[in-house]
Design a protein around this ligand. Structure first.
Ligand code: PLP
Length: 460
């Protein structure tokens, strides 16, 4: 069905269809249906070009932690724009915001991370991780130790190496991915992959055993790193069973395999601690982050590495004359200034404590949806969660994908004034701005339920 504005030749919607390629969009449906044009935002709300209000239940793409229109962040950008609108970090050049942000990140980082490299997106950060792992193992005289193990259903981005590590088939199909040296082990989703009679703890043990078997099959001298989101986001908000990462890390240690934490969604308070690594018990050798680092107001990402890895990089740069990697915008002073202010605001406003205070209501409202006729499983951690819609609660049978049940539910939620997201099949996720209040949480879940109820007839 054509949207009314699409048939008006000069409307923004029709100009969009004529000119813009949309990410993660059914391009054919988009040509017929056109875009939802968001014009303004304030707090947890965004407004379309007709003035309709929506709760941004996914904080954009799991990222606008301070919501929309935070004056402090806008001011930080303007101040830095006036002072120095651009400079780079090649050939020993530096800027104050980059230095201060690196220091701040190391101050709050988990474990023993000791140096920071800046990129512009989560994908770039994770592509950098792959190169650093290879560079490091070459510096150690281990040229065969290059394979990186990710997980089915993981999401690590869309650039060539990051998309290869992503464990979702649509990111590989017809893109000729994954590249070599990237492997995927089992997804720690107990509800879907736990066996009859297997406890969660036994399931976690099996996940670690399967990882170990994969390492042994490939040869430990060929396996360099394991990468994981503490809580999988785009794969369906999958919270691993208790003890999972402890068991996994024991295997990694045994075979000298680096632990990489992808904190692109989980970082900066999302799971109720500053880092998902704290919540899930991960001690990373490398950590990538982005998104809420600047509350997404400007693009910036970071890779944090241990001193050991950095020393390997120093050795390589002595050998080759330079560490030959970096982006034009690595450490760009304007996003760096906004990110620094974001991290300061997190402290000034006790953002982590705020998340801890409101997360129980978020969880309670989510768990109440377990009784909804369409919901098979509820998964929540801090202020991120999802429901999995199933055709049969007892057998856990999924709906026929051609029904597009989650996508239709999300459309109905949008009509009700809530932007949620269908992820990895029939899962509907919420990941609101961290500034959300209890009243707003209740309002958000009322609209969420309205959306689920609206698709009940489709499920008959
Ligand atoms: N890693 C995780 C866990 C993500 O969720 C994402 C994006 O959603 C990425 C990496 C890629 O980030 P970007 O879209 O900024 O490239």
């Amino acid at each position: 069905m054509n949207s009314p504005t699409l048939s008006q030749g000069n409307s923004l919607a029709s100009r969009d269809v004529k000119s813009l390629i949309h990410s993660y969009t059914n391009l054919s449906a988009h040509e017929k249906e056109g875009p939802l044009i968001i014009e303004t935002g304030k707090g947890i709300y965004v407004y379309d070009d007709n003035g309709k209000e929506y709760i941004e239940g996914l904080a954009g793409l799991w990222c606008t932690s301070f919501g929309f229109g935070e004056q402090e962040l806008i001011d930080a950008a303007i101040r830095q724009m006036h002072k120095l609108p651009y400079y780079h970090s090649f050939a020993s050049k530096s800027t104050e915001p980059g230095i201060l942000l690196a220091e701040k990140l190391l101050e709050i980082a988990p474990g023993n991370l000791s140096k920071v490299f800046f990129a512009n997106s989560g994908s770039e950060a994770n592509d950098t991780v792959v190169k650093l792992v290879w560079y490091y193992n070459n510096s150690r005289g281990l040229p065969k130790k290059k394979k990186i193990i990710s997980r089915q259903k993981a999401y690590h981005g869309v650039t060539v190496a990051a998309a290869s590590m992503t464990g979702l088939p649509p990111l590989h199909n017809d893109f000729d991915l994954p590249i070599q040296n990237i492997l995927h082990t089992s997804c720690p989703h107990y509800y879907r992959f736990g066996k009859d009679g297997e406890s969660e703890e036994d399931f976690a043990t099996r996940m670690a055993t399967e990882l170990e078997e994969l390492i042994l099959r490939e040869g430990p001298d060929t396996v360099a790193a394991f990468i994981a989101e503490p809580v999988m986001g785009a794969g369906g908000v999958i919270v691993p069973p208790k003890g999972y990462f402890q068991k996994i890390q024991a295997v990694l240690k045994k075979y000298d395999v680096l632990m990489v934490a992808d904190e692109v969604i989980c970082g900066f308070g999302r799971t109720g601690n500053m880092w998902g690594s704290e919540t899930l018990g991960i001690q990373p050798d490398i950590l990538s982050c982005a998104k809420a680092l600047s509350s997404a107001y400007l693009p910036i990402a970071a890779v944090l590495v241990s001193e050991d890895i950095f020393r390997g990089m120093v050795k390589q740069s002595e050998k080759h004359g330079a560490f030959a990697h970096g982006y034009t915008y690595s450490g760009h002073p304007v996003p760096a200034a906004v990110a620094l202010r974001t991290l300061e605001l997190m402290e000034e406003r006790n953002m982590v404590e705020h998340v801890q205070a409101i997360a129980p209501l978020f969880e309670k409202r989510f768990q109440a949806l377990a009784d909804h006729p369409l919901v098979g499983e509820v998964r929540v951690c801090g202020l991120v969660g999802a429901v999995e819609l199933v055709a049969d609660k007892a057998t856990r049978q999924s709906f026929d994908p051609s029904l597009g049940l989650a996508a239709n539910a999300v459309k109905a939620m949008q009509d009700a004034g809530l932007i949620a997201r269908a992820v990895a099949g029939d899962n509907v996720a919420l990941c609101p701005p961290l500034i959300i209040t209890e009243d707003q949480i209740n309002d958000m879940f009322d609209k969420f339920e309205q959306g689920l109820n609206a698709v009940l007839p489709l499920a008959q």
